[in-house]
Write a protein that binds this ligand. Sequence first.
Ligand SMILES: Nc1ncnc2c1ncn2[C@@H]1O[C@H](COP(=O)(O)OP(=O)(O)OP(=O)(O)O)[C@@H](O)[C@H]1O
Ligand SMILES: [Mg+2]
Length: 268
Amino acid sequence: MTAGRIISIINHKGGVGKTTTAVSLGEALAREGLRVLVVDLDSQCNATDMLLPGRAFALSAFDVLNPAQGELRPEDCVQPTDIPGLDCLPNRHDSIYLEPGLIAMGPEGFRLFRERLQAFLRAAYDLTLIDNPPNLGTFVAGALLASDYAIVPCDAGSLASLRGFSNALDFIEEIRENGNPDLRFLKGLVTRVDRRTSVWKTIIEEKTAEMGEDWVFRTVIPMNTDFQRAEYSGRTIFQVRPGAPGARAYRELARELLAVLGMAPCNS
Ligand SMILES: Nc1ncnc2c1ncn2[C@@H]1O[C@H](COP(=O)(O)OP(=O)(O)OP(=O)(O)O)[C@@H](O)[C@H]1O
Ligand SMILES: [Mg+2]
């Protein structure tokens, strides 16, 4: 059995679909028969709220990232979701207060996540998707130090999210040069596409002229209010409306991702 891969989902900019991608892609991959973990590294806890609504848990990403925490079994920190094959490492809002202590520790603080979790993630899951906060700070650095790949979602209608995309690429390069030479930018993902406008096509064309056509997944994620509907009801889009355009797009993205990684779906 090959070691599981670890993918960070990052963008400097907020609201571009990072959490939606981690949760929906995670669910789509689990539905393809893979063992998948979504790690919530954002103290906003949006992925936790979507995957473990109203659930109590004793251990979380807080404990993994807490320098004062003693011996910890990673398997005690992950929770099964209602979706077969999909687990979640939840987070707590107060994890944000761990950041100054981690910074004060220097490089060891950045490496804590990798040291405590990476071997377990590789052994227990085919794919781990890490949902990151909208910054390029300590937690994101820690996630990238533990990751094989980074996916950078971009909001199709937002120029600021493209700027966030460029910042994310520079940050990935920094981490490659300073601690994780194996890290690779996998692809960008264009999200929230409104097909009534052509802005998103311009964005794709401009970046393609600059970076070549491999920079981005061919699958784009359409603007779809079913995502909000799902969020409000504390469920995922697949649970609320599996035939929704957004659900279909993430299913297609899951297959494209497996092809890009040279991995086969398990239930085909
Ligand atoms: N394709 C889409 N169509 C419509 N709404 C979407 C789509 N993708 C995400 N959204 C909605 O946009 C909002 C922001 O998305 P999301 O939380 O995934 O972004 P984020 O990048 O994780 O944000 P943050 O940076 O705050 O963590 C959410 O309300 C989500 O339901
Ligand atoms: Mg988010």
